[in-house]
Design a protein around this ligand. Sequence first.
Ligand SMILES: [Zn+2]
Length: 157
Amino acid sequence: MTAQTLRSVPLIPGPAPYLPAIPGPSIPLLESLRGTRSIYVEFYDPGGQRFGLPTYPYRDAPGGWLTRRQLRARGLRPGGQPPAGQVLWRHRGKRRVAYLYLESLALPVRPMTPAMWRSHAAAMCARMTCPVCGTWRPYCIPVSRGMCNDCDAGSAP
Ligand SMILES: [Zn+2]
């Protein structure tokens, strides 16, 4: 087998997708815009020929195709399924990606065990303790400042 016989697959960071890509549903409005110069169709590739995965623009994913966050809002998790597609958009000149999972294959989120709650509480407590003065505050220490409001006020010029 030579290198030429290997199918070139774009390297996609993140979880391993189905390969070859299984085409996703088409979006009628976006189909009608194909061939036009609308930037709206730049990230429309339901067959995955251009981007390696079925790709949809921001806000136009097919019904039942959800991001991890959207699954979470419904009490679901991907459950080990590879991403079926992706949403691409541009933010501050950079290409951003969100992977899409099939709601039909998603599983309910695991309920929190007592150990998970303990770990969560410890993490929250650490986030609410100022690393400068060591005082526990009733709010999370802003990561951008790295200190509590009092310390920040004291160090201000
Ligand atoms: Zn402090």
